[in-house]
Design a protein around this ligand. Structure first.
Ligand code: ATP
Ligand code: MG
Length: 236
């Protein structure tokens, strides 16, 4: 059974119809790359999955359960986590307090101290800065914090919206290694990226969205080798 199954998803902002019959699925334990040019609908798809799109129709199943009518926090509580494009590190809160925000939703049986310790082991840069205000870190460190905050409650699946954007290459490499580790541990990832080559090297499979429709699906290696398709649908 697929971990996430999207069927005939339509989405609107007011009168503007931006998603048109989107269907794809994400298998347990895989990294699926969702790519496409600016304005194609990538963020809208992620928002729809999280319950943050103003209006949608169509099916969204997570572990076999229909979540399409649920509030965002109920989807979150079922094990879906989201790293938005704009990171949303909260001003005035320390790194530690920002991490603790990842634990406020209702997920049973999480020992906060152990969870923070485990995250600190995975993110040595954050460990040194637990008591520093989150927004005073570099853009790349804030992105790592946003990912750590999404990981802390051990979600089954993480939706990442352009995590590598504006980040220096050494941190992008670190992020890639982190995503591979997460996959090894069984976490499923949906990775939206403009850095198509990097995403396809990490991913197992890929789908392309264009003008609110899925226009291509394949294994990631096939798309990585197909420069024509990349040029047609992914050129920025
Ligand atoms: N809040 C909004 N209100 C109205 N229209 C919106 C809103 N957000 C996005 N759109 C429109 O919806 C369409 C899809 O946008 P979306 O942000 O999903 O694309 P994207 O693939 O994430 O683009 P990018 O690569 O620039 O992040 C675009 O036509 C965009 O202008
Ligand atoms: Mg976007």
């Amino acid at each position: 059974m697929a971990m996430l199954e999207i069927e005939s998803l339509n989405g609107w902002y007011g009168a503007s119809h931006v998603l048109h019959g989107v269907s794809f699925s994400v298998e347990p334990g895989e990294i699926l790359a969702l790519v496409g040019r600016n304005g194609a609908g990538k963020t809208s798809i992620i928002r729809s999955i999280m319950g943050l799109m103003p209006r949608t129709t169509g099916g969204i199943r997570f572990n076999g359960e229909d979540i399409s009518a649920m509030k965002a926090h109920d989807r979150y509580a079922r094990g879906l986590a989201y790293v938005p494009e704009e990171r949303r590190i909260v001003r005035g809160l320390t790194v530690l307090e920002n991490l603790q925000l990842g634990l406020v939703a209702d997920r049973k049986g999480i020992d906060e101290t152990a969870a923070i310790e485990e995250i600190a082991r995975s993110f040595p840069r954050l460990k040194e800065r637990l008591h520093q205000e989150g927004v005073t870190m570099s853009g790349g460190e804030q992105q790592m914090l946003a990912i750590a905050r999404a990981m802390i409650a051990k979600p089954r699946m993480i939706l990442l919206d352009e995590p590598s954007e504006g980040i220096m290459p050494v941190l992008v490499e670190e992020m890639g290694a982190l995503f591979r580790r997460l996959r090894e541990q069984g976490t499923t990832l949906l990775l939206v990226e403009q850095n198509v080559e990097w995403a396809l090297k990490l991913a197992d499979r890929a789908v392309i969205v264009d003008q609110g429709e899925i226009v291509y699906r394949s294994d990631a290696a096939t798309l990585l080798a197909d420069k024509d398709i990349q040029e047609r649908y992914c050129a920025v």
